[in-house]
Design a protein around this ligand. Structure first.
Ligand code: HEM
Length: 533
């Protein structure tokens, strides 16, 4: 009898499971059907930008956008035009492409678009309170002014030697460069992005971040940084708080890092030390109302700068080295430029300097071209806080044919699309630094804004950036303030590598990987080097 009872019980539970399963399948089929019907012509809203066709509600276009955002943008531009909406994990994202689309979003009115509302859930747990997107925009503008003040030409000038020194020391001690150290004529291989990440944090800490951070890198700072960085991923962007170990590690690391910088500030105040880094500069800064930055604000601005510069710069130097490894003629031209500019009679080279590097057209064009093909940030987002009317055709606007991007949507600018648009650039996908040194039409177009009107949002005059197809540092009130430091860091690191070695890719430039917040070379990609004799 017990046997029969258990059989009946099994049957009952099985039939319950089947009922649930059938219910779930019906629910999915019904929601898919309703979702598809809503997108058919009679039900489409004429007033809103076209919606990218998708089968599954909530998931929408998440997979195709996430796998290759550029392919997604170009494919959909050809179907829907410059302005369209897609679904990203339940959120409605409206894209505006081309120079006019970039302008619409990056120079959007404060009353219409908000960066704080788009980013604060990602950045505040990492940077900490009272800075960047955790404060009103007017306060962020003041904080950006303070940082710009710390990036004075005088400080930048001093950083060149330090960056070159850290890079050389790295080459002389890291295991991947044993063939360099032993002058092995066969050369060796290195994991490019990992190497560049290490050199970037070493050089940024030696210069901007200060000696305490540089010393801490050999100790606990590196672990804290690692845990904090683990909280700066697309998952954190989509889900600000999940009960996962990485979220917990992020919060612990933020607290420790904040205390670490706070202690530096207190110690320096007590000792009255004189330094030439960003902490020293921030300690001198006062808001318009006369209030000085407090220790926490300084700590959190320093964390924000660390995070803002680290992946952007290490990705850019990695891409630059990969392209150089693929173009031996450009490496040779770069080396000859170094010899011409810095060569001594005895055949050795003078140390790099800020002013002379700024006068190295090939070096600068290599960086510029790298940022054209690989701007580290592929999608710049804002939340729409009041309806935005937008012409159906951005290139031929007409008042009667306009859409409304509704409040609550997100908007995405994608300057990387106009930077590789074949309608604008010759051989758009080709790495050709010479396009920036010869007087080409596209160069004129890209640099038009530099000669045009400027605007000051509170952190110094910047070009309006309204018509350039080339904007790797963004535009408008949220434009990057780290550009000069980034150029200096990148030029010094690249020039130091080129002075010391030749480079070669095995199997070409690796494909782009979009799985993190920044566009990186496919994980594990390596470069071959040979030491110059
Ligand atoms: C190759 C290197 C870099 C690239 C391509 C880059 C790119 C960008 C872009 C596209 C933006 C605009 C973001 C938006 O509009 O939402 C931005 C903003 C910013 N960047 Fe950079 N960046 C780089 C390096 C740096 C460095 C080294 C620092 C710090 C020293 C830095 C600090 C900032 C800050 C503070 C903002 C302002 C954020 C805002 O106002 O909302 N960046 N950057």
């Amino acid at each position: 009898m017990p046997c029969v009872q258990s059989l009946v019980a099994d049957f009952n539970s099985l039939s319950t499971i089947y009922q649930y399963l059938i219910g779930a399948v019906c629910f999915v089929v019904l929601s898919v059907a309703l979702n598809v019907i809503k997108q058919l012509p009679p039900f489409k809203s004429r007033n809103s930008p076209p919606l990218v066709f998708h089968v599954f509600p909530f998931i929408g276009s998440t997979i195709s956008y996430g796998m290759d955002p550029y392919k997604f943008m170009f494919d959909n531009r050809s179907k829907y035009g410059d302005v369209f909406t897609f679904i990203l994990l339940g959120r409605r994202m409206t894209v505006a492409l081309g120079p006019k689309g970039n302008d619409l979003i990056l120079n959007g009115k404060l009353s219409q678009v908000s960066a704080e509302e788009a980013y604060t859930h990602l950045t505040t747990p990492v940077f900490g309170k009272d800075v960047v997107y955790d404060v009103p925009n007017s306060v962020l503008m003041e904080q950006k002014k303070f940082v710009k003040f710390g990036l004075s030409a005088e400080n930048l000038r001093m950083y060149v030697d330090m960056i070159a020194d850290e890079t050389l020391k790295f080459l002389n001690r890291d295991n991947a460069f044993s063939a360099y150290q032993n002058k092995d004529p066969n050369g060796g291989d290195f994991h490019c992005f990992q190497t560049m990440s290490e050199i970037t944090i070493l050089t940024a800490s030696r210069t901007l971040q200060g000696k305490e951070v540089r010393d801490g890198l050999d100790k606990s700072f590196a672990d804290m940084y690692h845990d904090l960085d683990g909280g700066f991923t697309p998952l954190n962007f989509m889900f600000p708080n999940l009960p996962l170990p990485s979220y917990k590690r992020r919060d612990i690391a933020q607290q420790k890092m904040s205390d670490f910088y706070g202690d530096i500030v207190r110690r320096r105040r007590a000792e009255g030390s004189v330094d030439y880094d960003m902490i020293a500069s921030l300690m001198e800064c006062k808001y318009k109302d006369g209030r000085a930055l407090n220790d926490r604000e300084i700590a959190h601005i320093m964390i924000a700068l660390l995070m803002a510069g680290q992946h952007t710069s290490s990705a850019t130097s990695s891409w630059a080295l990969f392209h150089l490894g693929d173009k031996p003629d450009v490496v040779e031209a770069l080396y000859q430029e170094q010899v011409e500019k810095f060569g001594r009679e005895d055949g050795t080279l003078n140390p790099l300097t800020l002013e002379e590097m700024r006068e190295c057209p090939i070096l600068n064009s290599v960086i510029k071209e790298t940022l054209r093909l690989h701007p580290p940030i592929h999608s710049i987002m804002r939340k729409v806080i009041s309806d935005i009317p937008v012409p159906q055709s951005l290139s031929a606007p007409s008042e009667k044919d306009s859409y409304v991007i509704p409040q609550g949507n997100f908007v995405i600018a994608c300057p990387g699309v106009s930077a590789v648009d074949p309608l604008i650039w010759n051989d758009a996908q080709e790495f050709a630094p010479s396009r920036w040194t010869t007087q080409s039409q596209e160069q004129e177009l890209a640099e038009k804004d530099d000669k045009g009107e400027t605007v000051d949002y509170g952190f110094g005059a910047i070009s309006k950036g309204t018509s350039s197809p080339y904007q790797p540092f963004g535009a408008g009130r949220h434009r990057c303030i780290g550009e000069q430091f980034a150029y200096l860091q990148l030029s010094t690191i690249i020039a130091t590598f080129i002075r010391e070695m030749t480079l070669e890719t095995k199997g070409g430039v690796p494909p782009q990987d979009y799985t993190s917040m920044i566009v990186l070379p496919q994980p594990g990609s390596r470069l071959h080097y040979k030491r110059r004799t």
